[in-house]
Design a protein around this ligand. Structure first.
Ligand SMILES: [Zn+2]
Length: 400
């Protein structure tokens, strides 16, 4: 397996922006290995995302026929080896390495500082590039630490990349009950705190259920956006756990009667939490029932979207229930969510396994309430199942 052998056998390798070649080669490679190819995803990357400003590829040819190809995307300083493949019948030992070698040289020519193999979608890549041995190191120190997503998000490619390359889950947590709802005593304390005055006392287990959920998320490396009400505003321990787990802080709006009441409420929250940047807000309740003294029941998403522009704080998730995979479109505002509590699921889409299948191709938002996580066994079990399956299927938890 060498570049020299490729040259000796008259294999050529050329820069090309014709990405149909790489698509073909990747398909060949997957077919041979009997693996399922996520062709929608690959087409999205090659057709929708990639252009001559952010990617290139090298194709190796033998007797005018494409036999191997490497595909690279890049940002201001790093090249990412994303895809590689070779023809199953016209296999040549050096052709794949040759195209990759040229891709590395091209990255160097474009003044990219790092060449990153970590983003590759083919598991064999590591073995593949190890074949270079000494040839690679004079050019680059391999970047093992950085992960494609992190870097690209930081560079502001978020909107394109977020949905194209990764198959993510988004976790929304509405922190509704200050004192939980597992026991009658907890329910009474919660009600008093929601509607009247009641101390925020760690001794009385204020936000205990959210503490359980935060610990669970942190242990399992699940990131989420935690939406608090003013009556559930985070205590010291919650703040510490939020920061430890790289979660985001959001506001769960109650008094949405008018822009003024909403603004007054969110300002109180922002002032109470100066050590966080407010990520976004959600609305408490789904329409009919008034829950809590300050709660204005109607659910009016259009109004909130307008307000969100006015105050420049995103409103990303609605309170509706998903019933089809068509609900998960790549849009700024996602009206329908998957609820971890079974009472809020459509019979048309209610299995965790089904959701995992969808999340392999689409961005899927799920919602959980900490008090239910602590009080209902099925909520705990289903969430555990989702987290486990997501990890087994390499589905990321992301924050939009
Ligand atoms: Zn709520």
């Amino acid at each position: 397996m060498s570049k020299k052998k490729a040259i000796k056998d008259n294999v050529t390798s050329e820069l090309t922006y014709d990405y149909s070649i790489i698509k073909q080669m990747v398909e060949h490679t997957f077919k041979r290995k009997d693996k399922e190819l996520n062709s929608t995803l690959i087409s999205k990357i090659l057709n929708d995302f990639s252009n001559e400003e952010n990617s290139f590829s090298f194709a190796s040819k033998l007797k005018n026929e494409n036999i191997a190809s490497s595909f690279i995307v890049y940002d201001s300083d790093t090249a990412y080896y994303l895809l590689g493949g070779y023809h199953s019948l016209k296999k040549h030992n050096g052709a794949g390495v040759f195209s990759l070698f040229n891709a590395i040289k091209e990255a160097k020519r474009r003044n990219l500082k790092t060449f990153d193999f970590e983003g590759s979608m083919l598991p064999e890549v590591e073995k593949y590039f190890r074949a270079f041995g000494g040839e690679l190191t004079p050019y680059y120190t391999l970047n093992k630490a950085s992960f494609l997503l992190e870097t690209l998000l930081k560079k502001g490619h978020r909107s394109q990349f977020l949905n194209f390359i990764f198959m993510p889950l988004i976790l929304r947590i509405d922190v509704d009950k200050p004192y939980g709802r597992k026991t009658v005593f907890e329910k009474i304390k919660s009600k008093l705190k929601e509607d009247y005055w009641f101390p925020k006392s760690d001794y009385l287990n204020y936000l205990k259920s959210n503490e359980l959920l935060l610990n669970f998320c942190n242990k399992n490396k699940v990131k989420g956006i935690f939406y608090y009400r003013n009556c559930t505003t985070p205590n010291q321990l919650n703040r510490k756990l939020l920061k430890q787990g790289n979660h985001k802080l959001g506001f769960h709006a109650e008094n949405t009667r008018s822009f003024e009441t909403f603004k007054a409420e969110i300002d109180i929250f922002i002032n109470a939490n100066p050590d966080f940047n407010l990520h976004s807000f959600t609305k408490h309740g789904s329409g009919n029932v008034t829950i809590g003294k300050n709660h204005y029941a109607p659910y009016e998403p259009k109004k909130y979207l307008y307000w969100s522009q006015k105050i420049d704080i995103p409103y990303l998730f609605g309170n509706e229930i998903c019933d089809s995979k068509q609900n998960f479109k790549e849009e700024y505002f996602i009206p329908k969510m998957f609820w971890i509590h079974r009472d809020y699921r459509s019979p048309k889409l209610n299995k965790i396994e089904e959701l995992i299948e969808i999340a392999k191709n689409k961005t899927v938002p799920v919602i959980i309430h900490p008090s239910n996580f602590a009080a209902n066994k099925h909520v705990f079990d289903d969430f555990t199942k989702l987290v486990t399956l997501a990890s087994q299927n390499k589905i990321e938890w992301i924050i939009p």
